[in-house]
Write a protein that binds this ligand. Structure first.
Ligand SMILES: [Zn+2]
Length: 392
């Protein structure tokens, strides 16, 4: 999603991106208003007026989505959570929080403020539209709706479409299915009651999947009853919600599983080492080329002084005076990690560090090597397990 987005600019230090899928929905909204709804409300309007109002309504609709996301993001920032990016896409927006909220209280505030923003916008637009339409509008809407709508100017038309749409946006987002805002509110409540984030997420995700299946069922029923487009639309939203609920629960399982591990569980303990004063050529011929091991710790009196592997030898051989010993060709230790560090922190270090493997120390002694590839393999293995957990 990140690579397909257009950058729009920065607000409050947050990068605003548009997903390519948004362009399609943007034109669909403008088309359905310009060719459908507005000419239906205003039989006397010419195409220029109908399309102009439709375009303005489309732009303001996406400004409303952005305001909803900005409300989440700014509340998160206030609670010390960094927000690098907001991406607007086909079903609304996603605020990318650098970390999950640390308490049910924060989760609740960050989640609820988006729908509140949409509700407030809905109220403001509706009130502004009604006052623009004049005092008689509400009365004449009951007597003769068609005539009342036709009497509206472009400004009032636009506002009276935008207001209810924002209210609908708030209501949709309040569906208590994780990861929708309402599901996050539900999770915050369950988390607060049970004190257990994993179980709260599991329940909120189950409710989310229940709603998703309900929407898909309703979609099929509507499609069979003749409202094909509306039915397909519900089916699509349901399918999207179901996937989102599943994957966000799996994400949490993974993070928690990583937290229950330490570096000791992930590191390699079977490896050979070499002395710094060993002749380089003999090391290459007799050890490096006769082993699967790609990185060799260099130990002087059992103390780790460097790492040597194909990469460091290749760059050392390019020098004017080719190295004679392993010590001349090795690279120094940039990063190391203690054996009792938690899996989550190890993952962060591996992502940030240039050294692969990272030597693992215990009381200053080398006890293992932590490879990037091993961690990736562990993650892949664990994802299979968490899928099975979810089905159970
Ligand atoms: Zn939201």
């Amino acid at each position: 999603m990140r690579t397909r987005g257009f950058r729009l600019g920065k607000i409050h230090g947050i990068e605003i991106c548009l997903d390519i899928s948004l362009a399609i929905i943007f034109f669909l909204v403008i088309y359905s208003l310009g060719a459908g709804l507005f000419p239906q409300w205003h039989p006397t309007w010419g195409p220029a007026l109908a399309w102009g109002t439709a375009t303005a309504a489309g732009v303001l609709f996406f400004a409303s989505l952005l305001a909803h996301e900005l409300a989440h993001s700014i509340m998160a920032q206030r609670h010390g959570i960094a927000v690098p990016r907001i991406t607007l896409f086909v079903f609304g927006g996603v605020s990318e929080l650098a970390s999950e909220p640390q308490s049910p209280d924060t989760e609740f505030r960050v989640a609820i403020v988006g729908p509140l923003m949409s509700l407030a916008l809905g109220a403001v637009f509706t009130l502004a539209g009604t006052s623009l339409a004049g005092g008689e509008f509400v009365d004449s809407l009951q007597a003769d709706p068609e005539d009342a709508m036709a009497s509206l100017g472009p400004g009032a038309t636009l506002l009276l479409w935008l207001g209810p749409i924002n209210v609908m946006l708030a209501v949709f987002n309040l569906i208590p299915g994780f990861p929708l805002d309402g599901g996050r509110v539900l999770r915050a409540a369950l988390w607060w009651l049970s004190g257990d984030l994993r179980r709260a997420t599991e329940w909120a995700s189950r409710v989310g999947r229940g709603f998703a299946w309900g929407l898909m069922g309703l979609g099929v029923w509507e499609a069979l009853a003749g409202a094909l487009v509306q039915g397909l639309w519900l089916l699509l939203i349901g399918w999207f919600l179901n996937n989102a609920a599943r994957s966000s629960y799996m994400q949490l399982l993974l993070t928690q599983a990583m937290e229950s591990l330490t570096v000791k569980d992930l590191m390699r303990t079977r490896f050979e080492s070499v002395q710094p004063d060993a002749p380089l050529q003999a090391f290459i011929d007799q050890k490096l080329l006769r082993s699967d091991q790609i990185a060799w710790p260099v130990l002087r009196d059992r103390v780790l002084v460097g790492l040597i592997g194909l990469e460091s030898i290749r760059s050392a051989l390019k020098a004017e005076r080719p190295p004679e010993t392993v010590g001349d060709a090795m690279v120094g230790i940039e990063d190391s990690i203690e054996a009792n560090v938690r899996g989550g922190d190890a993952l962060k270090l591996l992502v940030a560090s240039k050294s692969d493997p990272i030597p693992v120390l215990e009381a200053g002694q080398l006890v293992g090597l932590l490879f990037h590839a091993d961690l990736v393999r562990w993650l892949a293995l664990h994802e299979i397990e968490s899928r099975q957990n979810l089905r159970a």
